[in-house]
Design a protein around this ligand. Structure first.
Ligand code: NG1
Ligand code: ZN
Length: 533
């Protein structure tokens, strides 16, 4: 089959660069854009095959490198429910992308189709989108070539955010069913989110204007459109919207800048008024960081852990008030990077699980609760309502007006929250809802708990695969003996905690440390880094 099809001749036009090894990691394929042409073509072929394997269900493809520098790009696949690609296919993606010639590729493909028993007569449907990167259009053209090679029915969702693409995939696959996720268009997405928000926040609770740092990325046009649906019920002040300025994307702005430098993006100086809330999106608008500056001009960051604490406590209260406490188990999922103070705050209120880094682990663990809240400290996260919980919300009969109101709020939250993946704009509306209900400003929210001083450093090592972990990445099992040295060192610092793990997205080992003061956290991190190096 494959030999006689158009795949080979098309693949010839997308040769694999020499001396590059590709890997489908936690964020899909991601690297410097100039080497990605063949990967995009092959991902097109793979997406079509995934769709055929799933009986013609629509698969998503997102072309983005998120918070990475502008010259990078990447691509990831989205499964029919709007979730990340099934882990078992990650290895197939890696193998196919590394076949060095067209012949190798074609023969790998034939083996793959055979092994997975993919019925090529089945239809293939794929929806795809890209972020604002200048390399996007050419890479999308290569992707389209791969889709054409398999005769896939392709739908171009244009330039949009990663979470909108995930939404579209779920919406398309549930269209006209009882599980309908919404209309399968950007309008449908805005409608769904904004109408839930407008029900949750009464006009008298209208928050003061919110400043949004759009990272000079795709969040800018999408937030601009969202703003028109919210009108004066939430005024959004958009900053860093220069999507056409070369080099501006994620440059000294955006969620990753805020989280790693723990500073206000310099471009916002003088824009954010003391006491005002601001937030940063990343380059594809799936991460969110809040912040404010106080009256003494001091910067305060409200990260993914603070969002989890705010949201989880709010949902627990609503579940109690609605009378559903015995039927709905609410839980939180974090990673080892969660600030120890947030873990303490949350553990005192509800069950908390720690899992390895990577959204797929968090998402999966959150599914074990009726309502599962998950956030990475870097601001990526969402809340999942299980099918059973959604059913309960539909059928439950409240017995008091207070119960009825709380129930209505839970139903609206279920609509407001993009449950396919972390979504900066959906999460932002969620935060605004909770702040409005609690009548909190940034500093009230910030005082839920005080972050433990911490430090994250990268260490370049000869071979990061030497580093193996267990216990949700909190313990090293290899290289032998290293963990006990780290444990001994951390014990000498008041409130000391440190762990080491290989990055899944960069060729480095990451060292995280917490301690009673900032200089102590820095010192612990650097001394552990010294052990690793
Ligand atoms: P790695 O490179 O594996 O640490 C980073 C982030 C993750 C996650 C992934 C995917 C940190 C410390 N790590 O993973 O949280 O977001 O990228 O983008 O922030
Ligand atoms: Zn992102």
């Amino acid at each position: 089959w494959v030999k006689t099809s158009a795949v080979g001749s098309r693949a010839d036009k997308h040769p694999v660069p020499a001396n590059v090894r590709f890997q489908y990691g936690t964020a899909g394929f991601r690297t410097i854009a100039s080497v990605l042409d063949s990967v995009l073509f092959r991902v097109g072929v793979l997406a079509a095959l995934r769709s055929k394997k799933l009986d013609g269900k629509t698969i998503g493809v997102m072309v983005t490198a998120s918070h990475n520098p502008e010259q990078d790009n990447g691509v990831k696949l989205v499964d029919p429910r709007g979730e990340m690609l099934d882990t078992s296919w990650e290895a197939h993606a890696t193998t196919l992308s590394n076949a060095s010639t067209t012949d190798d590729f074609v023969s790998e493909l034939a083996k793959f189709v055979e092994k997975l028993q993919i019925d090529l007569a089945k239809p293939a449907r794929v929806v795809y989108a890209r972020d604002t990167r200048p390399s996007g259009p050419a890479l999308v053209a290569s992707l389209e070539d791969g889709l054409r090679a398999l005769g896939a029915e392709a739908r171009n969702a244009g330039v949009t955010t990663t979470p909108v693409l995930h939404y579209l995939v779920r919406a398309i696959n549930t269209l006209g069913t009882k599980d309908s996720y919404g209309e399968d268009s950007e309008e449908g997405y805005f409608q769904k989110l904004s109408s839930a928000y407008l029900k949750l926040v009464a006009p008298r609770q209208t928050p003061p204007p919110l400043l949004i740092d759009c990272a000079n990325g795709v969040g800018a046009p999408i937030a601009t459109r969202l703003a028109t649906y919210l009108g004066d019920r939430l005024s959004l002040v958009l900053e860093n919207t220069a999507i056409d300025t070369p080099g501006a994307l994620n440059n000294a702005c955006g969620a990753d800048f805020v989280k790693t430098s723990q500073k206000l993006p310099p471009s916002l100086a003088g824009r954010l008024q003391p006491g005002q809330r601001g937030c940063s999106l990343d380059g594809d608008a799936d991460r969110l960081m809040y912040f404010y500056i106080d009256q003494r001009n001091q910067f305060h960051m409200l990260d993914g852990d603070k969002i989890a604490a705010l949201v989880a406590a709010f949902i627990v209260d609503l579940v109690k008030t609605s009378g559903l406490e015995s039927q709905m188990k609410v839980g939180v999922v974090q990673t080892a990077y969660a600030n120890g103070a947030s873990t303490k705050y949350l553990t005192e209120r509800l069950p908390v699980k720690c899992v390895p880094t990577g959204v797929k682990h968090l998402h999966h663990a959150a599914e074990s609760y009726n309502i599962g809240v998950y956030f990475e400290a870097n601001g990526h996260g969402t809340v999942l309502f299980s099918p059973a919980a959604q059913e309960t919300l539909q059928t439950y009969e409240p017995s008091t007006p207070a119960q009825a109101t709380a129930l209505e709020h839970l139903r609206n939250l279920n609509q407001l929250i993009n449950q396919t993946v972390g979504d900066a704009l959906s999460d932002m509306l969620l935060v605004e809802v909770v702040l409005a209900h609690k009548a909190y400003d940034g500093s009230d929210w910030d005082s839920l708990y005080v972050d433990l001083p911490n430090r994250l450093v990268k260490v370049v090592v000869a071979d990061r695969n030497q580093f193996k972990t267990e216990d949700a990445e909190r313990q090293l099992v290899s290289p032998p003996g290293l963990q006990s040295k780290i444990t001994d060192l951390a014990r000498r610092f008041e409130g000391g905690r440190s762990f080491v793990r290989p990055s899944g997205t960069e060729d480095v080992v990451r060292v995280y440390a917490e301690a009673g003061s900032k200089p102590q956290a820095d010192e612990l991190a650097f001394r552990v880094a010294g052990l690793v190096y």
